[in-house]
Ligand binder design. Structure first.
Ligand code: PGA
Length: 254
């Protein structure tokens, strides 16, 4: 059985004070849904105070990125060791980091490996552009991203990894991929690729999220799909009611 995991990716939203206030209100609302793993990913500056509020609670903390070096003269970067004790998860390879920070498949692979080395659990995001989707190249492209991200990662380490399939054309656009389509890509290009690389047991245990315009009204559709094990949520995770409804829907369906 794969435990459902819902992670809120707050992107560059909420000040430190707003983040702390939000999680204080969110925590009692999410507490009842213990069959779902619940994660919030605030900005770096809010991680420590949010982690203080949530330590030992039902809601876990994730970072939105990590550097691929241990330390050094890398202005603006946050090393994996700096996240230890603050977060359990780290989002790696989000399409916005690929696009705006120029992160390559190779960078993402290095980040995943160093995160694992430091005991952080990577949520590795993959997904195709509208152009790739329209060209009918989604499966090949996403499969290639999965292979590249996992290069050199052992079967044992795969137990700590979550993959998020997020078609770029569905992120923040309100144009979500249909639940059927998302399940098809997730079961084929993502889980199928992991099966080719690691075999049935690892592929069967891997948790794979869908992301891209997930909202309370479409959440149940995604969660009813056999290969979708949760969601990576942007916009809707910024609102208390929406976040609560997402987790509630997941808890009911799964
Ligand atoms: P969205 O973002 O839910 O606002 O589409 C998803 C994401 O970028 O992870």
């Amino acid at each position: 059985m794969r435990q459902t995991i819902i992670a809120g990716n707050w992107k560059m939203y909420k000040t430190v004070a707003e983040s702390v206030d939000f999680v204080r209100q969110l925590l009692p609302r999410l507490e009842p849904f213990s069959n779902v793993e619940r994660v919030v990913c605030p900005t770096f500056v809010a991680l420590a105070p949010v982690a203080d509020v949530l330590r030992g609670s039902a809601v876990k903390v994730g970072a939105q990125n990590v550097a691929f070096n241990k330390e050094g003269a890398y202005t603006s970067q946050i090393a994996p060791g700096m996240l230890q004790g603050l977060v359990e998860y780290v989002i790696i390879g989000h399409s916005e980091a690929r696009k705006y920070l120029g992160e390559t498949d190779e960078d993402i692979n290095k980040k995943a490996k160093i995160a694992l080395e430091y005991g952080l659990k990577p949520i590795i995001a993959v997904g195709e552009s509208l152009e790739t989707y329209e060209a009918g190249q989604t499966a090949a492209f996403v499969g290639g991203q999965v292979r590249a991200a996992l290069n050199g990662i052992s079967a044992e380490q795969m137990a700590s990894i979550v993959i998020a399939y997020e078609p770029i054309w569905a992120i923040g656009t309100g144009k979500n991929a249909s639940a059927d389509l998302a399940n098809q890509i997730i079961s084929g290009a993502v889980r199928g690729t992991v099966r080719d690389l690691y075999g049935d047991a690892v592929a069967g245990a891997l948790r794979i999220q869908y992301g891209g315009s997930v909202k309370p009204d479409n959440m149940a559709d995604y969660m009813s799909q056999p290969d979708i094990d949760g969601a990576l949520v942007g916009g809707a995770s910024l609102k208390l009611d929406d976040f609560t409804k997402l987790v509630e829907a997941a808890a009911q369906v799964k």
